[in-house]
Design a protein around this ligand. Structure first.
Ligand code: AMP
Length: 452
């Protein structure tokens, strides 16, 4: 779970990278960074925190240059520390190379151990640094050849944007787990994880990179595309569509909003129940709740209000008032809920702790009945390709039946969409092209210790 962005050539590249990252903020709130090329030198600025807090006017002025790549991080591999923030910048015999990476490598630890045993020194615990070590060791003459050699040795998910003195290079892993788009603004070429980054800066989305594709942008903005890796089955992450991506864009060539709405419609058909109101858990349940309401003809109501300013820095006062829990984030509209049979819609149930609190909150607000509907199947298996799902032991559906979970969250009824229902809602003609390991346990790339 990270967002990446790149632009070249453009007179104020870092400014646009800043805006692009701002649009991609939902993909990672832990750290943000931009590497920019000014004249012959790449410099990088990375800090912990949100994009708008990390970059000040002066910081951006200092990053002036004709090309830039950027990154927002949500740690899925490696600790939450500044040294793990990206873009990473190294100097090696290929010159300066900067990298922004989204995805998780499943064999990074193994490669790292091998490299360390022959003297490599690592600066971070991030799996992405392994890629740069492999590039630095490559004897290939051209940087793109070195990148291909390096990435051919790693397994798992990678959508990457590299910046060197002369080139910007984007690469997507052969399974195409994580998204990566090519955009255009005048003569400039852009790369971004999601199309909302292009929308904000009035750039056009050209297309999605193919799985296993590499696109090299030169100083004139001319692109060269190749498919240098051994072809593998496509495995787009279905959880991007279900939860992670913003609904206002296209992902894997279909509209995320429309997909989520279809999930809601399907859910209404699969697990209909008599009720008075359909209420989304904001923001993740909104599109599916719209679909559920339309298909079931049960009125939709924004009866849970979200505080949008809750950040990771929130400090709970120690003594006077304690245990706010989910109340910090959500508050019910009592007048809408009192005496009503409510269907709550959320996109996923992971540990079950949030749902339990929300169900209780609805009852306290006067709901007569609370029914929970989830627009994804039970999350039973951890993700090793970049989505932050906890270990199996913390995934409530890995060890509890639906009825046991219903009892735990104290809902009157609980239903998930079926696997077939989730797949049917995809407009894509080839539904085999999706990774749904978090629901099915069907892992496209084996992880060294699947017992975690
Ligand atoms: P819980 O069941 O308490 O673990 O949390 C479920 C809630 O977390 C749902 O509202 C989801 O939208 C949201 N959620 C699902 N996956 C993730 C994730 N990887 N990171 C953060 N929130 C998530």
């Amino acid at each position: 779970m990270c967002g990446i962005f790149g632009i070249k050539p453009y007179a104020e590249a870092a400014n646009l990278a800043y805006l692009g990252l701002y649009a991609l903020q939902h993909r990672g709130q832990e750290s943000a960074g931009i590497a920019s090329l000014s004249g012959e030198r790449i410099s990088v600025y990375r800090r912990m925190g949100l994009v708008a807090d990390v970059f000040q006017e002066e910081t951006l002025r200092n990053l002036e240059g004709s090309a830039a790549i950027g990154h927002v991080r949500y740690s899925t591999s490696g600790d939450s520390q500044l040294e793990n923030a990206q873009p990473i910048l190294i100097t090696c015999h290929h010159g300066q190379v900067s990298l922004a990476h989204n995805g998780n490598l499943v064999n990074a630890q193994k490669i790292r151990a091998q490299l360390e045993s022959t003297g490599s020194i690592f600066n971070s615990s991030s799996d992405s640094e392994v890629i740069l070590h492999l590039i630095a060791r490559s004897q290939k003459e051209k940087i793109e050849e070195a990148i291909v050699e390096a990435l051919s040795q790693v397994e798992g998910a990678f959508s990457c944007v590299f910046l060197t003195k002369k080139k910007m290079i984007a690469v997507r892993d052969p399974h195409g787990f994580r998204p990566l788009l090519l955009g255009q603004l005048g003569e400039s070429k852009l790369f971004a994880s999601e199309s909302c980054a292009f929308d904000l800066i009035d750039a056009q989305m050209v297309r999605e990179l193919d799985p296993g594709e590499m696109v090299v942008v030169n100083n004139l903005g001319v692109t060269r595309s190749s498919k240098p890796f051994e072809a593998k089955p496509t495995r787009h992450c279905i959880f991007e569509h279900i939860y992670f991506a913003r609904p206002d864009g296209m992902m894997f060539n279909e509209s995320t909003h429309e997909y989520r709405q279809r999930l809601g419609e399907k859910l209404a058909k699969e697990s209909h129940i008599e009720a008075d109101l359909v209420v989304p858990v904001p923001d993740s349940g909104v599109c599916a709740a719209l679909g559920y309401s339309q298909a079931s003809k049960i009125p939709f109501a924004f009866a849970l209000i979200r505080n949008h300013y809750v950040g990771r820095t929130f400090i709970e006062p120690k003594q006077s008032i304690r245990h706010f829990g989910v109340k910090i984030k959500l508050n019910p509209v009592k007048r809408l809920i009192e005496g009503k049979r409510v269907i709550l819609i959320d996109d996923s149930l992971v540990r079950g702790t949030t749902s339990r609190k929300i169900v209780k909150m609805m009852r306290t607000a006067g709901a007569d009945e609370v029914h929970l509907r989830i627009s994804a199947p039970p999350t039973k298996y951890p993700c090793y390709y970049g989505i932050d799902t906890p270990n199996r032991s913390e995934l409530i559906a890995s060890s509890h039946s639906v009825e046991e979970i219903r009892k735990y969250i104290e809902a009157d009824s609980l239903a998930y969409i079926s696997m077939d229902g989730m797949m049917d809602c995809l407009a894509a003609s080839n539904k085999e092209d999706y990774c749904h390991a978090c629901f099915s346990g069907d892992y496209a790339v084996p992880f060294p210790s699947l017992s975690v």
